[in-house]
Ligand binder design. Sequence first.
Ligand code: FAD
Length: 412
Amino acid sequence: MAETTQVTVIGGGSSGLMAAVSASRAGAEIVLLERLDRVGKKLLATGNGRCNLSNADCSLSRFYGGDPAFIAQVLTRFPVASTIDFFEALGIACKTEDQGKIYPQSDQASAVLDVLRWELDRLHVEVRTGCEVTGIARAGAGFALSLSGGKEIGAGRVILAGGGKAGPQFGSDGSGLRLAQKLGHHLIEPLAAIVALRLGAAFLRRLKGVKFVGRVEVRCGDDVLRQEAGEILFTDNGVSGPPVLQLSRTAAVALQQNKAPRIVLDLFPDSGLEELDAALANRFRLQGHKSLAMGLVGLLNKRLIPVLLAEAGIPDPSLPCGALPAQERQRLAALLKGWSFPVVGTQPWPQAQVTAGGIALDEVDPATLESRLVPGLYFCGEILDVDGDCGGFNLQWAWSSGWLAGRSAASR
Ligand SMILES: Cc1cc2nc3c(=O)[nH]c(=O)nc-3n(C[C@H](O)[C@H](O)[C@H](O)COP(=O)(O)OP(=O)(O)OC[C@H]3O[C@@H](n4cnc5c(N)ncnc54)[C@H](O)[C@@H]3O)c2cc1C
């Protein structure tokens, strides 16, 4: 075996970069191995290229996973204030926008990556790109790492920061999870989260690209599991948009548990059902001579009109507005307030922003992020069974867990 470095970080994503900085600042000799040709590819894509790097209101209710106490312990060690101090010290002026979302003042994710890489250079951390770890085995007090290409290197301690399965085009293809499994760790089944949903309705193809501002709920039977509001977008086989991404985890988990979740859309969240029905009645009275298809133009997106009329059981859009029976108008109003679709799945991993599930938390010490099964092995970031809402929570987890894993591995 060629060499043995004190601490080897596997994965040059957000958490791995933070772990390498943290371990190096604590005095350890570090090598960082990244399978892609450059580090931080996913970081560059975050926040639509602006990097929503944290959230001013990082309450525990915004995080999910096996154990809230575990998550709290890690976040407390490196909280939002530490994240801001860390990046400000590296030159990133931070600003807080609506809903507590924190961004670099320059609105550039590349700036966040630049300062992390600059810090790694300053600390003389060796970064090897195009270097995929294909195996980890115990070797004496440390580890032997097999690399793509057949080479083997030694490592004193290992920080596994390979991410989950979301966005494999940015490097996290699930190989980190497989490495952990081979070492005996158990996985909570990974699910795509912060992702668009696939719904069961053939007519969706005709609605692709239609947007509206409304409310969306995930329901199982009569139970509303979560609701969000904002701009909703129809795709060719489902729905997307910020509120859908936000509640996608809830739908994915309900689907996994065979609870037959439904997505219910409210196109007029600011009006009650009766109020909306009265407004439709008034509209149809004033425009009684027009066809229904024409009478709804200006109120609803034109592409929605024939679909909604058919779904409301009004087959003839050429019927004059004035001739529509009250019962059929009430059905249309009810549909506009609660258009329900069965959830059939999430969009695939390349479209997901985060992985729900991952390495079971009871096999990891929250005080250090060291494996309870394999001493000297540490985890950080999305590879663990922790994920957060959309809004900077996932990067905060990457920074907090990366910092703690690096600090612990360096001082072991
Ligand atoms: C499009 C998009 C936008 C997002 N926007 C935001 C946002 O604005 N705010 C927010 O909080 N979160 C956002 N997220 C989520 C956030 O980016 C992730 O949660 C976070 O980057 C996870 O960091 P990580 O280090 O755990 O994993 P990753 O960033 O996925 O990094 C893992 C790294 O490990 C490498 N790797 C994997 N296996 C191996 C191996 N075997 N050998 C060597 N290297 C390996 C990969 O190539 C990759 O570089 C977004 C995600 C996506 C996809």
